[in-house]
Design a protein. Structure first.
Length: 375
């Protein structure tokens, strides 16, 4: 099957008026030569988006460990342009984390929508001051044996964990986690600049939802935000217009380069649902006016952002062009956890997981393995 678009976005260039050949669900070629039969998809063919930080969707939450919920999330994400994702946990009891990892490990191969490319453990090794919607009663120093258990229970899927760098034993934990193929992110932390940089030097390579849930940038105390800005680590950003001011997002992009920014959603169960009352872990959440907030204190509790809207937002805010926006929501997050060998780009030999956008960057269709899965 051949598909045509005015623009096809690759990892390092944009093809104009090209044809993309798909055979047996895999990209076979890109060519200017017009085949006998093809489908003209319109304005833009782009790689399927990759969300490496997402807790739930369509009323389902990874932490609920409910049979069948992972598939509901997987199928629902197709309407957001996401074709690969990392189901994401919260700070919780060891037993509940065990169960969440086990259920993902048992069910990920049966997902009918977006593909599960790992598991992100957001916690529980955080600190209290910037806990956000994380439950501090379950926070502790990092424990490599627990990480091994979670990786085993998930059928080896756990490939990312977030910790606060000021906890005890962080350097040793980061090195051992990396040796297990687990990427270490830093967040929900009051760490100083120096402590955060030491963690990066030890092997941590991601800052979790940069600006949110971390010590800020002060001219005498650069903090976690300063460390994010002044390191080679990839910075996650929630570009929903509520978590981070577009000016602040632009500053981070300019300082780090857009090739070091991963757009993520941090979406919770209310994503794709109506306004109203929801749960995030043990917390009651109210969803209203485009935000999800804890009922008890009004703090932001994840988001209800769709990744396709983050792409459109950064272009509409005039802080990224279309090419950069797509890479920040596909290739860069995939690179951050080492899955860019299977997703995050349109390339010969890769699965034909792609999206179709119109000139206003509205999502028209999502394809999995070359087949239209949503429109």
């Amino acid at each position: 099957m051949f598909y045509k678009a005015k623009y096809i976005i690759l990892e390092d260039e944009v093809l104009k008026d090209y044809f993309m050949e798909v055979e047996d669900g895999v990209i076979k070629s890109f060519s200017k030569n017009e085949p006998d039969e093809y489908e003209d998809l319109g304005e833009i063919i782009a790689p399927g988006l990759v969300d490496t930080h997402i807790h739930g969707y369509h009323g389902e939450d990874i932490m609920n460990a409910k049979p069948g919920a992972l598939n509901i999330i997987s199928k629902g994400l197709l309407e957001t342009g996401v074709t690969s994702f990392l189901p994401t946990t919260l700070t919780d009891s060891t037993e509940r984390l065990n169960e969440a990892c086990r259920v993902v490990g048992e069910e990920y191969k049966d997902a009918e929508g977006a593909k599960i490319r790992g598991v992100f453990l957001e916690g529980p090794f955080f600190t209290e001051k910037y806990k956000g919607a994380q439950n501090d009663k379950y926070m502790s120093d990092p424990d490599i044996e627990k990480l091994k258990k979670w990786k085993d229970l998930s059928d080896g899927l756990v490939n990312k964990i977030a910790i606060a760098p000021e906890r005890e034993g962080v350097t040793d934990f980061i090195k051992k986690a990396n040796a297990m193929g687990v990427y270490v992110a830093l967040g929900h932390s009051d760490a100083s600049y120096d402590v955060a940089i030491d963690a990066v030097d030890a092997g941590a390579n991601i800052f979790v939802h940069t600006y949110n849930g971390m010590s800020g940038l002060h001219h005498r105390n650069p903090g976690m935000v300063g460390a994010a800005m002044n390191s080679e680590a990839i910075s996650e950003l929630i570009c929903d217009g509520h978590h981070v001011n577009p000016v602040s997002a632009n500053i981070l992009m300019n300082v780090k380069g857009r090739d070091h920014i991963a757009l993520i959603t941090d979406c919770m169960a209310a994503g794709g649902m109506a306004e109203g009352d929801y749960k995030l872990g043990e917390y009651d959440v109210i969803v209203k006016d485009g935000t999800a907030r804890l009922k008890e204190d009004g703090n932001l509790a994840g988001s209800i952002l769709k990744l396709k809207d983050a792409v459109k937002n950064v272009v509409d805010w005039d802080i990224a062009d279309v090419f950069e926006a797509i890479q920040m929501a596909s290739l860069i997050p995939a690179k951050s956890v080492g899955i860019d060998d299977v997703c995050g780009k349109l390339k010969i030999g890769y699965d034909a997981d792609f999206i179709v956008l119109n000139e206003d960057l509205e999502l028209k269709a999502t394809y999995i393995d070359g087949n239209k899965a949503w429109e």
